[in-house]
Each structure stands twice: as structure tokens, then as C-alpha cells.
Design a protein. Structure first.
Lengths: 604, 203
């Protein structure tokens, strides 16, 4: 019997279908005089204060941005595979400013590159992993009726949206969108066209949104756990969200500071990042000078390295949930995992300058940051090892979420291990800024984090909608994506080792680039294939809303609290007050009636 | 709007000993420390990298108006005291006194801004804009951002003094907590100035 058709009710909670799921529990009522009344459409779905609606809003917006960011890259891949050739069919839809005669202009290529990075990181993965899953799942998993500050939650989404709109609208600015890469290194970014100003304003919105969100997350996790939900009974996903929130809270403000300084440089004519005697196009720049481009790099990477862990930690959290559920045994080394990610969080603040080995900051600094970088790889390896040990001896169900979660392990491992040569100056000097770097961090965030996020979507979709996603389409989506994505990123290691620089508009201008050019063709076709592979997912996502098999509370026979609430949960989440009796992953307990003992069931 | 009851909005959580709002404000202040910390670090880095500070020569204390800034420091410290007194009046259940002390806090914030305006105005008259050199750039950026924080505080405090006071009738404890949280923020803004004053004017 496949899992999709098992409408298992939990032993002491009545099985309630999605239709009656909106009923309110006593706990959820403000007072006896507050009757159940329907909210108008715009309050219920647009400006909702319900964490679940906000979570879904975040997730859907983020998925759209992910697809848009990916489209930018699919366009760049044409130029990389066939430099200087007019783009067939799609080329005609663009103006002559950006694609004269269908050939991509170099400035436009730079814009696509900068915006791909920005959109994927700040508008795609973080809003999906933290805003989407964090908002939807975390309060359910700790047994809270909502976030601690529902209106602040609403505000953080509606500050995020204008940030995204500004970023998108910047393509229409004179000179186009930002084109100094997602890192926006000065002095180029300071003298760039007005798209960069839009980028900075957009970032300030996004930073503010993350800040509000992270405060809300931390307060909710610390203050609002259900009765019996002690620190070491929290599902691992919640721990991951807690550490992530601290990273967002403390790492983003320095980027905000950097953004303010760069805005001052661009708008008020200061020279925080402009050195004395800067000459642009043969003319000395008329500024006071005395600034330091390196200062930006320090401020930027002080955020952007913890940001890497913001991308990966929620993904690790999702994988932990899915693996425990589908191996039908407790997560191996749960406490070790928790300690590891807390340590990881601390260490992520002291490794930032390993992005800057080429800046000539001196061997003492380099030695320090090499050491911390090697140290931070230890907890990451512990995490992967714990997951591997969890698989060992498990009775594995290869459901769609589990396929994605299992694939995460080798993909994340490849991404992580290929990072080691980049953390050591001797090898980094050669590999720095090549396609090797692109391959490395994409293995972490694309087949790593994104696969984990897909696992999360397939895993919690039934909770959010009351219906299963189609598993055949899911498997097509998985295998097609899995094969394609490896053909995209694996060849990049070889290109990088051949010395191909990552920001080249036309790789064939160099002899060493011409040598690995056939790989660019392979990568591009694989990337377009990866784009097509998302079609089954999109169909599945929308079709299952109507046609998916209906389920009760706990379709996966899982143990954590979100599976106690109705599917979908109504306002206030739980029908009866959740009380937590045991640790989060009590699967296959000897002597128990069934192979899962939920946290919310008194005797199993 | 929301029918959901959020626990520990007013009463402290027995484990942490504080209600949600106070916890949130401390977290917010932690992020503010990182924001101003990054700006102070930038200041240190730019200053140590400069052959001369201020770049145009002379001493910071000669370029900037130390007496006015000293007065402003006293004004802000006094406003922190009146802020505490307004909270204490709430605790004692005396709304009239709360109004008096809160109004004084807001008045003192305006005094600070007016003095700051004269300082800025004088610099502009001399043609010293942020673009003049990095000394002025960091001076205007840091004090400007601090000024925005003062304005934010004025908005919050004015809300508490006017519309916000309605809550006193329905839920005085919640209202008192709000005053306390606004106070925490206000003390932080004050503290930033305590660092800004010597770092920019005196050193």
C-alpha cells in the first residue's frame, strides 16, 4: 500500500477532514463573546495575520522569484554556450538596448548575472526556507496558536514584497538593473548606473523584512512552546530555524550599514569606498577620496558568510524531519546535531574573510581565517554523518520527499568537500573567482538546499492543503532534475580547474576558455533541461490542489506536533491544547502498538 | 483582527521571566548594536587608514562644536531620566504624572534635534557637506542615523502619550509594558549618543 492512500487518524484525536478543519478550538478563542465569523477575502488571504497564510504567501512568492531568477540564468547560458550568436525565438522579445539583433549585450549579461544571484539568495531561497517553511511549520511544530507577533509577521511579508518589486523594476531603469554582481563590490558599484541605487534600496527593504521576521521567530520559539515542549524535545527543524534567526538578526545589520554607506557614496558624494586618486575612463574621479573598497568587502562578507548558513540550516532541518519520518527510526545523534548547528552558527561569524584571500590582507589574517574555516567544516561533517547514520538500518520508504532528502546528502557533501580547497590560501589563489567556485557553492545551494526545499514542499503540502501531491509526477520531477542538475554543476569544476573565470561574457576570448568551451554547451543544455524538469512540479503543484488524494491529520505517520492539527489547520491551529509527552522522533519504539509514537499522544 | 490568543503578551513567561514584547525589544536592540557596531568599525578602519584625521588637518574638537554637543548630551541623559519616571508613574498607577514625564521626554528630544539642526546648519553654511571629506562623511552619516532613531523614538513616545493612552483604561499592565519597551529603546538611543559624542567630537 502506498503512503498516499493511508488516511491514518491519530489514536486520541478525531479524524477531521479538511472541510471541518476550520473549526476553532477553545484554545483559539479570544473570549466567549467572540463568535466564529468569516473574515473578508483581503483580510483572509492578502493581508492575513495567520502564520500559515503568510507562510504560503512567502512560499509562493519565493517560488515565483526562484523561477524568474532561474530564467535569467537560462538566458545567460545561451550566451555562454554560443557566444555572440543571436538567441533563437526569445531574442526577438527584447529591445535593441539589451539584445541588439538578438545578441545579448555585455551590459545586459552583467545585469542578468547580478540579478540572478540577488534574486536567488534574497528573494528565492531565504524567503522560501525561512519565510515560507519557518512561518508555516515552526509554530505548528512547537504547538503555538500563531507567531508571537502576528501583525509584525504581516508587516515583514509586506516589506519583503516592495523589496522584490524594486529589484524587478530596476530592469526598467536607465542603464538597466544592477550589474556589479550580487556582491556589489566598489568602486565599480559606486560609479555604476542608477540600477545599483535601486538594488541598495531593495536590499534595505529585504533586510528590514528579515529583521522583523527573525525577531518574531526567536520570540515565538522561546516563549510560546506548548506544555511539555522542552528545549530537547523540539523537532530539529525548529532548532535549525532558531539558529538561522539569530544569524539573520545579527549578520544582516552590518550589510544594512554597508548599504547605507554605499548609498551615501552614490547619492551624497561621500567616498567611504572610493580610494584617493581613482581614475575612471582616463579621468580622475572628482571625489574627496580616502575611502577603502576593502571596507565594503569586510562588511558585505560579514553578512554574506552567515547568509550561506541561513540558506543551508533550514534545509538541514527539513532533511532531518523527512529522514526521521521515512527511515522509521529516531534521528541518529539528535543532541549532537543540535550542538553542531549551534556551534556552526557561532563559527559562521568568524570565517568571512576566507572570501577575501586575494585582497592582500596579509598572511596573519589569512592564517586566522583558514583555521576558522577548517574548524567550521567539522560541525557540517557531523551533520551529514548523523544523517547517514540515521539511514543505516532504517526501514526506508522512498517517498518523493525522501528521494529529495536522500539526494541532498551526497549533493551537499560534494558542495561541502569541494569547498575545502577554497578555504586554504594555497589552492584558493589558483581557484579563486573561477567556475570551480560557482560549481562549489551551487552544489551546496542548488542540488543541496533547493532539493531539501522541494522535499519540504512534498512533505508539508498535505498539511497545508489537505491533499497529497501526485507521487508519479513527483518522481519524474526528482529524477529528471537530479540528472540534469549534476550535468549543470559537475562540469564547472573542470572548467574552473582549467582556469576559466566566472564572470566572463565570452569565455572563448581566451585560449584556455576555448579548451573547455564544449563543456559550456553541455552545461547550457542541461540547464534548459532542468528548466523543463520543473514543469511536472508546476503541474503537480496546481493539479493536486483539486485532484490530490484527501488526507487526514497524519498521512506520513509522523511524530511531530504539526501532524496533530487538522489538514489544513484552521485559525489558531489546534483543536485541543497540545501537550508534549516525549522526544520528537520516537519511531519504532520497542513494545509500542505502532511504529511511531507521536509527541502528542500520552501512551503509545 | 486576530481571534487567536497569544500567550505571554502581558504576563511574563515563567521560564524566561519576561513577556514577549520585552524579549523582542532586546533582540531588536541586539541587531541595533550590530548596525552601529558595523558603522563604528567602519569609522575606525577609515580613520586608521587615513594619513591625517580629520583629513583637512586640525582637531575634531576644533571643527565640531563641543559645547553644543555637551549640552545635547545632558539633554539626552535628562530625557532618559524622565523616560524612567514616566514608566515608574505608570507602575504607581498615576496617569497624570506619566503624561507629564512623557511630555517632558518628547520635549527634550525636540530640544536635542533643534540643537542638532543648528550644528548641521553651521556646517552647511561653511560649505562642509558629507562629500567634503571622510571626516564629515562619517560625522553626518552617524549623527544622521542617530537623528533618525531620535525621530523614531519621538513617534513612538507621542503615540504612547496620545492615542496609546486609551489602553490604560482596558489593560494598564500592557500599557505599562509598552512604556517600558519604548524606554528600553530610548535608553539605547541615548547610549549610542554617549558613544558618538567622544568618538566624533573629542577623540
Amino acid at each position: 500500500m502506498s503512503v498516499e492512500q493511508q488516511p491514518h487518524g491519530t489514536p486520541n484525536a478525531p479524524a477531521i477532514g479538511p472541510e471541518t478543519g476550520h473549526a476553532h478550538g477553545e484554545l483559539a478563542h479570544a473570549g466567549p463573546d467572540h463568535g466564529h465569523h468569516e473574515l473578508p477575502f483581503w483580510k483572509k488571504y492578502i493581508f492575513s495575520v495567520d502564520h500559515k497564510v503568510i507562510g504560503i504567501q512567502y512560499a509562493v512568492t519565493a517560488l515565483l522569484f526562484l523561477f524568474f531568477g532561474f530564467t535569467l540564468m537560462m538566458m545567460m547560458r545561451w550566451q555562454l554556450a554560443y557566444p555572440g550568436r543571436p538567441m533563437p525565438f526569445f531574442g526577438r522579445f527584447f529591445s535593441d538596448n539589451v539584445m541588439p539583433g538578438g545578441v545579448m549585450a555585455p551590459e545586459f549579461y552583467n545585469q542578468l548575472g547580478a540579478m540572478h544571484g540577488t534574486i536567488m539568495v534574497f528573494l528565492g531561497v531565504v524567503p522560501l526556507a525561512v519565510g515560507g517553511f519557518g512561518n508555516f511549520v515552526m509554530p505548528l511544530q512547537i504547538g503555538a496558536p500563531d507567531m508571537a507577533f502576528p501583525r509584525l509577521n504581516l508587516l515583514s511579508y509586506w516589506v519583503f514584497v516592495p523589496g522584490g518589486i524594486i529589484m524587478l523594476a530596476s530592469f526598467a531603469m536607465p542603464g538597466g538593473a544592477a550589474q556589479s554582481g550580487w556582491t556589489s563590490y566598489p568602486p565599480l558599484s559606486v560609479i555604476a548606473s542608477s540600477g545599483q541605487t535601486a538594488w541598495l534600496f531593495g536590499m534595505i527593504f529585504l533586510i528590514t523584512s528579515s529583521l522583523l521576521g527573525s525577531i518574531n521567530f526567536i520570540v515565538t520559539i522561546v516563549q510560546m512552546r506548548a506544555k511539555g515542549m522542552t528545549f530537547f524535545r523540539l523537532p530539529f527543524f525548529v532548532h535549525a530555524q532558531l539558529v538561522t534567526s539569530f544569524l539573520l538578526l545579527l549578520a544582516f545589520p552590518p550589510l544594512e550599514a554597508a548599504g547605507i554607506l554605499q548609498l551615501m557614496d552614490r547619492l551624497a558624494g561621500t567616498s567611504f569606498f572610493l580610494p584617493t586618486g581613482l581614475v575612471v575612463s582616463g579621468e580622475a574621479l572628482k571625489v574627496a577620496g580616502g575611502g577603502s573598497p576593502l571596507l565594503w568587502q569586510h562588511l558585505f562578507w560579514f553578512l554574506a558568510h552567515p547568509e550561506v548558513y541561513v540558506l543551508i540550516l533550514p534545509a538541514i532541518g527539513i532533511v532531518a524531519e523527512v529522514i526521521a519520518n521515512n527511515t522509521r527510526k529516531p534521528l541518529w545523534g539528535y543532541r549532537l546535531l543540535v550542538y553542531s548547528i549551534i556551534f556552526l552558527g557561532f563559527m559562521s561569524f568568524v570565517v568571512w574573510a576566507h572570501h577575501m584571500f586575494m585582497t592582500g590582507m596579509g598572511t596573519t589574517m589569512s592564517t586566522f581565517f583558514q583555521t576558522t574555516t577548517m574548524i567550521i567544516s567539522v560541525p557540517s561533517v557531523i551533520v551529514v554523518t548523523c544523517f547517514l547514520m540515521s539511514l543505516y538500518g532504517g526501514n526506508i520508504r522512498f517517498t518523493v520527499p525522501m528521494l529529495f532528502a536522500t539526494a541532498f546528502l551526497p549533493m551537499f557533501a560534494i558542495g561541502g568537500l569541494t569547498g575545502l580547497p577554497l578555504g586554504l590560501t594555497a589552492s584558493d589563489i589558483y581557484l579563486h573567482d573561477t567556475f570551480y567556485v560557482i560549481g562549489h557553492f551551487h552544489y551546496v545551494v542548488a542540488p543541496g538546499t533547493l532539493f531539501a526545499l522541494f522535499a519540504g514542499i512534498y512533505y508539508w503540502y498535505p498539511k497545508a492543503t489537505g491533499r497529497m501531491m501526485n507521487s508519479t509526477l513527483g518522481k519524474i520531477h526528482f529524477w529528471w532534475s537530479f540528472v540534469s542538475i549534476n550535468f549543470v554543476f559537475m562540469p564547472m569544476f573542470f572548467q574552473g580547474m582549467a582556469g576559466l573565470s566566472r564572470r566572463l561574457y565570452d569565455p572563448t576570448v581566451y585560449a584556455h576558455g576555448r579548451g573547455v568551451q564544449p563543456l559550456n554547451v553541455v552545461i547550457s543544455w542541461a540547464a534548459w533541461s532542468l528548466g523543463l524538469a520543473q514543469i511536472p512540479f508546476i503541474i503537480n503543484f496546481f493539479m493536486s490542489l483539486k485532484n490530490g488524494a484527501r488526507i487526514a491529520e497524519n498521512p506520513w505517520n509522523a511524530t511531530t506536533l504539526e501532524w496533530m492539527a487538522p489538514s489544513p489547520p484552521g485559525h489558531g491551529n489546534f483543536l485541543t491544547e497540545p501537550i508534549v509527552y516525549r522526544e520528537p522522533y520516537e519511531y519504532s519504539v520497542p513494545g509500542a502498538k505502532q511504529d511511531f509514537s507521536p509527541q502528542f499522544v500520552a501512551e503509545a | 483582527m486576530s481571534e487567536t490568543v497569544i500567550p505571554y503578551m502581558v504576563k511574563p513567561n515563567p521560564v524566561t521571566g519576561i513577556p514577549n514584547g520585552k524579549f523582542a525589544i532586546w533582540l531588536f536592540l541586539a541587531s541595533e548594536v550590530m548596525l552601529f557596531g558595523a558603522l563604528f568599525s567602519s569609522y575606525v578602519l577609515l580613520r586608521t587608514g587615513a594619513p591625517h584625521w580629520p583629513p583637512e588637518g586640525g582637531l575634531s574638537s576644533e571643527i565640531l562644536n563641543v559645547p553644543l554637543a555637551t549640552i545635547n548630551t545632558m539633554v539626552l541623559i535628562t530625557s532618559s531620566i524622565t523616560m524612567v519616571l514616566s514608566w515608574a508613574s505608570c507602575k504607581l498607577g498615576d496617569l497624570r504624572k506619566f503624561r507629564m514625564w512623557m511630555a517632558s521626554t518628547i520635549a527634550l528630544s525636540f530640544v536635542f534635534l533643534v540643537i542638532k539642526y543648528f550644528e548641521y546648519h553651521h556646517k552647511f553654511e561653511l560649505g562642509h557637506y558629507p562629500s567634503h571629506d571622510n571626516f564629515y562623511a562619517i560625522y553626518f552619516t552617524l549623527t544622521g542615523l542617530h537623528g533618525i532613531h531620535i525621530i523614531g523614538g519621538i513617534i513612538v513616545n507621542t503615540f504612547l502619550l496620545t492615542i496609546g493612552t486609551r489602553m490604560w483604561k482596558t489593560d494598564p499592565e500592557h500599557f505599562t509594558n509598552r512604556v517600558e519597551n519604548a524606554g528600553l529603546y530610548w535608553h539605547f538611543v541615548d547610549l549610542v549618543w554617549i558613544f558618538l559624542f567622544p568618538a566624533l567630537y573629542l577623540l
